[in-house]
Design a protein around this ligand. Structure first.
Ligand code: GLN
Length: 544
């Protein structure tokens, strides 16, 4: 029988509920339990796929091709459990399904209502496919009191009532602000938030209190008294020096012990936290540092490249170095040529990440050219690989080489492929399709060329599986031209049609990948491409 932990947030948004859920799941996992984390997003988009990264941060893609909330990235990075489509639901998806059923006449004449139809759909989502699990952590997006999260709160209330007495637990994450002028921590916002939650019929069992200053025992007791929880269940969650210290920090504050107590579990094995000890030991004791340029478009918002940022850190952990990331807006290179050398010369490696649209593309191509000509380690991801191919085509004399994503072009080195062989047979997409759901999404295999640099990076593997999220492909009819210029196609889709990886054998480290390796990197298991890239950056740092 799976036990359910419902995680809600109060007072303000951005308290790091996702990280909290991921850390708690990691602690339960460290005690030998089987866990899964699910995210309930109250907004009306069907999925975050069509949202701007500035609105929502990165879109995290799962193996089964779902475009999901970036919190699922935290979940995977902290637990190693691959997230699925069925781990992220939005109000939009629920309403879409209900309205489709209503149009089909499936409700047999009934009035379709938030209670019970929407709340039933939410409960079904929480309970589905959980038989083999010990704990299911359900994180509710937004803040208690939001109008759009009300059906989710109601569904939780019902579930707490319907499941067994010791089968559910409510964890409420709040903020205990420090008022500098008064020199005091304030517990009132927490009290109000708990009252709001209680008015919806949910009594929290554990309060996780985010604070910038330690919460003295008397304040803890005060919160406990006013909020009707045990003092031990008021867990201070102070700002952590690294996200990877959070599981250890919460454990030291007694969070996992309190959760187990809440479920009446008295015989839990002690946690094996060696994985987190190792990660934090590496993180806090680097033996050197490297500086990496990321030349992209959404550089103003770190969340837009969340997984990439983390994967670079993991590459640093693998090499025991600190990774400094310089986020560079590609458009700067378009406005002023002299910026290219000025900004990139001090860098130990250059990365061009994934992206959409023409803006900044010429700047990204300039960054690729700089990396190629100056022998600086280069990693191109998705759009970054496409830019590397366009750069090579131009070097090979195709001056007009471009991507059809940016408009009609005489030399479509990157273009739409409308048919290809997927795992379940022929897959099709059209150039005119809706923006939502016309991409190559999720895990696809790539066959690696025998003596290539990438097969060596992947430890001699012949075939790999990586996650995709893109509409356009490198056009393999330019293969000979690009290979003549030194850019080799070293990874292809199993049917041999779609270029998956390119590399330059004559260059110290130059790799472009059509997929997103950053999505599968873990702190305790850094992705080989990032470990290799940072290793190359380290070698470069010894040259300059
Ligand atoms: N815009 C490109 C495409 O759709 C690349 C997408 C990406 O980098 N994720 O193919």
């Amino acid at each position: 029988m799976a036990r359910f932990i419902f995680i809600t947030g109060g007072v303000v948004s951005s308290l790091g509920k996702g990280l909290m859920a991921a850390s708690l799941a990691a602690l339960l996992q460290a005690r030998g339990y089987k866990v899964r984390i699910r995210k309930f997003d109250p907004y009306l988009n069907v999925d975050p796929g069509t949202m701007s990264p500035y609105q929502h941060g990165e879109v995290y893609v799962t193996d089964d091709g779902a475009e999901t909330d970036l919190d699922l990235g935290h979940y995977e990075r902290f637990t190693g459990v691959s997230a699925r489509q069925s781990d992220n639901i939005t109000s939009g998806r629920i309403y879409q399904q209900i309205i489709q059923k209503e149009r089909r006449g499936d409700y047999l004449g009934a009035t379709v209502q938030v209670i019970p139809h929407v709340t039933d759909a939410i409960k079904e989502f929480a309970l589905a496919d959980t038989d083999d699990l010990d704990f299911v952590l359900c994180e509710i997006g937004g803040t208690v009191g939001d109008i759009e999260s009300l059906p989710f709160m109601e569904a939780i209330r019902q579930l707490r009532n319907e499941l067994e007495p010791l089968q559910t637990l409510s964890v409420h994450v709040t903020l205990v602000p420090y008022i500098a002028a008064a020199g005091e921590l304030k517990t009132k916002p927490t009290q109000h938030s708990v009252r709001e939650l209680a008015s919806l019929g949910i009594k929290p069992d554990i309060l996780l209190c985010r604070a910038e200053h330690p919460i003295p025992d008397n304040e803890r007791r005060k919160i406990a008294q006013f909020c009707n929880v045990r003092a031990e269940a008021v867990i201070p969650a102070l700002d952590a020096p690294s996200i990877y210290s959070v599981p250890l920090q919460y454990h030291a504050e007694g969070l996992d012990a309190e959760v187990l107590r809440g479920f009446g579990i008295t015989d839990a094995p002690a946690p094996d936290l060696s994985r987190w000890d190792d990660v934090t030991e590496r993180y806090f004791n680097p033996e050197g540092e490297v500086t990496i340029a990321v030349v992209g478009k959404y550089v103003g918002l770190p969340d837009a490249y969340k997984s990439l940022n983390e994967a670079l850190v993991h590459g640093g952990l693998a090499n025991r170095v600190k990774v400094n990331i310089r986020w560079i807006d590609a458009e700067i290179f378009e406005q002023d040529d002299s910026e290219i050398a000025a900004r990139l010369e001090p860098m130990h490696a250059i990365l061009v990440p994934g992206g959409f649209g023409e803006r900044g593309s010429e700047g990204k191509i300039s960054a690729v050219r700089f990396a190629r000509e100056r022998n600086v380690p280069f990693l191109g991801i998705c759009l970054g690989m496409q830019m590397a191919c366009i750069e090579a085509a131009r070097a090979a004399g195709y001056e007009k080489a471009s991507s059809t994503e940016f408009g009609p072009t005489e030399d479509p080195v990157v273009g739409i492929i409308t048919e290809w062989m997927g795992k379940e047979g022929l897959e099709k997409r059209s150039a005119e399709g809706d923006l939502g759901g016309t991409m190559r999404l999720g895990a696809y295999d790539a066959v690696l060329a025998g003596n290539s640099h990438v097969s060596q990076i992947y430890g001699g593997a012949k075939q790999i599986s990586e996650r995709h999220r893109h509409r356009y492909e490198v056009n393999s009819s330019y293969k000979d031209a690009l290979e003549g210029e030194g850019l080799i196609f070293s990874g292809m889709s199993p049917d041999g049609l779609l270029p998956e990886i390119v590399e330059r054998p004559e260059h110290p480290w130059f790799v472009g990948v059509q997929f997103h390796p950053e999505l599968k990197s873990k702190p305790f298991n850094p992705h080989p491409l990032f470990a290799g890239f940072i290793e190359a950056a380290l070698a470069q740092s010894r040259l300059v």
